[in-house]
Design a protein around this ligand. Structure first.
Ligand SMILES: N[C@@H](CCC(=O)N[C@@H](CS)C(=O)NCC(=O)O)C(=O)O
Length: 222
């Protein structure tokens, strides 16, 4: 189908979708968001993406893109020509992409741990598997805290892509699986999150629902 606007499929409750939506707002790309959930709208999502996943971005000419990283790569190439969200090359680009890579691990492991609780009946849950995933997500956020400091852009008007994803990941993990970050001291990430969540692109792209999961088996991962 050909339209004059981008169409973004997925809810902001998905951190992968939310980071794309916020980046589109920051870049000033007009889009329509079709807030489908892979849990309640799987058949509708499969019509757009046979893999049954979000986010999906349909371009105005009808081409369909999947995977938030690939979607963002296209959006930056076409709409970030002055490289305000991601430096064109060099140490700054590598650093920002590494922030995104740490976020991706934190999110992927947090989501997998959450799915262990959401989708697997309690007697079949494997506590060591769950706690190892929680620990991986936590470690990724600790590494992110260390990596954030050197190029933290508190004085920049436009957040970088890595900073957007960091704030989105922090908000998501705190809401979805709070035990990942409970008792963690993450002052750089917290300050970034407080600053960015007050801005219009973040406020306009809030998660539609917040699901909170908890599972505290006897054994601990650390
Ligand atoms: N690596 C993907 C992750 C996307 C992802 O896991 N999306 C979730 C929603 S938060 C989903 O569609 N889950 C259903 C599934 O993977 O089957 C990305 O960055 O876009």
């Amino acid at each position: 189908m050909s339209t004059d606007r981008h169409r973004l499929y997925g809810r902001n409750a998905s951190p992968y979708t939310r980071r794309v939506a916020i980046a589109m707002r920051v870049l000033g790309v007009p889009f329509e968001q079709i807030a489908l959930s892979p849990f309640s709208d799987l058949e509708a999502i499969r019509e757009i993406n046979p893999l049954g996943r979000v986010p999906v971005l349909c371009l105005p000419d009808g081409e369909t893109l999947i995977e938030s990283g690939a979607i963002l790569d296209h959006l930056l190439l076409t709409h970030d020509t002055d490289h305000s969200l991601l430096p064109a090359s060099g140490a700054g680009r590598r650093h920002d992409l590494q922030l995104g890579a740490l976020c991706q691990t934190a999110l992927d492991k947090g989501v997998v741990a959450g799915h262990e609780l959401l989708l697997r009946p309690e007697p079949k849950r494997h506590a060591p598997y769950f706690l190892d995933r929680v620990n991986q997500a936590r470690t990724a956020m600790r590494e992110l805290e260390k990596s954030l400091a050197p190029l933290n852009s508190a004085d920049k008007e436009i957040p970088s892509l890595g900073e957007i994803t960091t704030a989105v990941a922090f908000d998501f993990l705190n809401g979805f699986l709070p035990q990942v970050l409970e008792n963690e001291s993450l002052p750089e990430i917290t300050a970034l999150s407080v600053r960015l969540e007050q801005t219009a692109p973040f406020r306009d792209q809030l998660p539609e629902v917040r699901m909170q999961l908890r599972y505290e088996p006897e054994m601990r991962a650390e």
